[in-house]
Design a protein around this ligand. Structure first.
Ligand code: TNX
Length: 525
């Protein structure tokens, strides 16, 4: 029946028309007008750039296309006909672009090199969908949000530099521009800090790992587990991401989720007792001491090196899930509270966060933290990452703090993807099918004035139950495709066109061998 329908379509519209009717772009452009005719692109099509600043962007595309064509990299040059021509026009939105495909070739104009990059991502989708017979068309496009993030936890399970780069390739194909790199936690410290070599020597290795679910299991695998990135490797990752117009935002957790650091440097805790790198998942009572001055010195020394590696405007300081019970019994913490006139342990955490923020400001950076940093009061300049639902983010936006929305209700990609969980690997819990991601409204409960404090939207991918790269990408894909419409095309989302566009995205995933979950495609919820 389906075949007959397609044949009928071909007969009525002509082959070009039928192809044109099927192609689509994810995330949805502002305008996408398909015309009669097609321009053929293959590995020999030249890429013509107007200015030198487009060289890297063009080369990344050339290499990506070569991988698809199974050829040598496409040629990037300054002149040529029947080409893909790239240029910029500063009157367009910085990340926006226009694209025109006609008998003369493809012309992409970006508001900046980033805009050109996004135009090329759209073009790549069209090439893959049509096997190089790109329909004549006109596209106008620009994103809704300036912050379009994807997060990765490399502490619970470690991923190699090559895997991280492939992860960056995948998110770049979805027009993501922020990569939130979660580098320190209870189960491992994964960033080399030259001043404190113990952090990686001791703090990056746990003696073993829990088998089964953190809520119920008491079984361990008996195998030491570790891994970390050298500063050189991290610089390489930062550069690789920048070439794809992605800013890497590092996260250094404080004062909780810090047993990697506490194991390496026991004086960071309230009691100086040795506490091993954690082998379980969840929330631990062991956190850094907020009384001793040495903790602040440590944090500033670490951040000094972090800032040198990561040019990002924002530095993430964690702040989540820090039970303050130890502080209640700690003479240093109590003394600090008295000296600073702090009325609760929550205020002590706010004091720590405010001091760190001051340090970051003095070094030309901004601070972002999880929504718990609101609890003891927060400075007006702190940016909030709302994860315990949207509540923290909504309250923060109403107060005039900037917000990145990452609510666990809609954007926790470590959650199960089907209701029955049949055929799914063990996950932390929850239930987050593609449809629910798509329904997420980042502006809920906010008026027009408050809406402008929502910088953007991000999914989080925690890896307690994810040890393999193929598993990791199957948690990300295809949910990220649905999310990219929320991030890039919030005001033009369309549930009617979601499924056909998701179908087209599979072709991209297949072309690059990116493993993705099949549940949505099988009609399973
Ligand atoms: C809560 S989200 C955490 C993480 C866990 C995650 C699991 C957040 C700021 N903290 O440490 O990995 O839940 O879903």
């Amino acid at each position: 029946m389906k075949k007959l329908l397609i044949l009928a379509l071909l007969a009525i519209q002509g082959i070009a028309g039928a192809i044109a009717a099927e192609v689509s772009i994810m995330p949805q452009p502002v305008k996408f007008e398909i015309q009669e005719g097609a321009f053929a692109i293959d590995a020999t099509t030249p890429i013509v750039i107007e200015g030198k600043e487009l060289q890297t962007t063009a080369k990344v595309f050339a290499a990506d296309m070569a991988e698809f064509f199974g050829s040598k990299a496409m040629k990037v040059c300054r002149k040529g006909n029947d080409a893909i021509s790239l240029s910029t026009d500063a009157t367009l939105a910085a990340e926006g672009y226009t694209m025109q495909v006609n008998a003369e070739g493809v012309k992409i104009v970006g508001g900046s090199a980033a805009g050109v990059f996004y135009g090329l991502q759209s073009l790549r989708q069209l090439i893959i969908q049509t096997n190089g017979e790109v329909p004549y068309c006109k596209i106008e496009d620009e994103p809704t949000f300036v912050y379009r993030g994807v997060h990765l936890d490399v502490c619970r399970h470690f991923f190699t530099v090559e895997e991280v780069k492939e992860y960056i390739d995948i998110i770049a194909a979805h027009k993501i521009n922020r990569f939130h790199f979660h580098l320190t936690d209870d189960q491992g410290w994964r960033i080399e800090i030259k001043r404190y070599p113990e952090l990686t020597k001791v703090g990056s290795v746990r003696t073993e790992t829990l088998i089964g679910h953190g809520g119920t299991s008491n079984e361990y695998d008996g195998t030491p587990y570790g891994g970390y990135y050298t500063q050189k490797q991290l610089r390489d990752i930062v550069k690789y991401a920048a070439e794809r117009h992605i800013v890497v935002i590092p996260e250094i957790e404080m004062p909780g989720h810090a047993r990697g650091a506490l194991a390496a440097l026991p004086w960071l805790g309230c009691t100086d007792d040795y506490i091993p790198v954690w082998t379980r998942w969840g929330v631990t009572q062991e956190i850094m001491c907020a009384g001793k001055e040495t903790t602040y010195e440590f944090l500033e020394n670490v951040l000094a090196e972090v800032i040198e590696i990561f040019p990002s405007e924002y530095i993430h300081i964690g702040g989540d899930e820090a039970p303050r019970n130890r502080w209640k019994e700690c003479p240093h913490c109590q003394e600090r509270m008295k000296a600073e006139g702090l009325l609760s342990e929550a205020e002590l955490q706010s004091y720590l966060v405010a001091r760190i923020e001051k340090y970051l400001h003095a070094h030309g950076r901004k601070m972002i933290g999880w929504d718990e940093i609101l609890e003891g009061g927060v400075t007006p300049t702190a940016t909030i990452m709302s994860w315990q639902g949207a509540r923290g983010g909504i309250n923060a936006a109403k107060k005039g703090n900037y917000v990145v929305m990452t609510p666990n209700s809609h954007l926790y990609f470590d959650f199960y993807q089907t209701e029955t969980k049949e055929g799914e690997p063990l996950a932390i819990g929850g239930y987050l099918p593609v449809e629910k991601v798509y329904q997420y409204n980042p502006y809920r409960k906010l008026n027009d004035d408050e809406k402008k404090y929502i910088l953007g939207v991000q999914c989080n991918l925690w890896t307690e139950y994810i040890g393999e790269f193929d598993h990791l990408t199957s948690m990300l894909l295809p949910r990220l495709a649905a999310l990219s419409d929320v991030q890039w095309a919030e005001n033009r989302r369309n549930e009617q066109t979601l499924r056909p566009r998701m179908e087209q995205m599979r072709k991209l995933y297949d072309a690059y061998g990116w493993n993705y979950a099949k549940f949505y495609y099988e009609g399973r919820k």
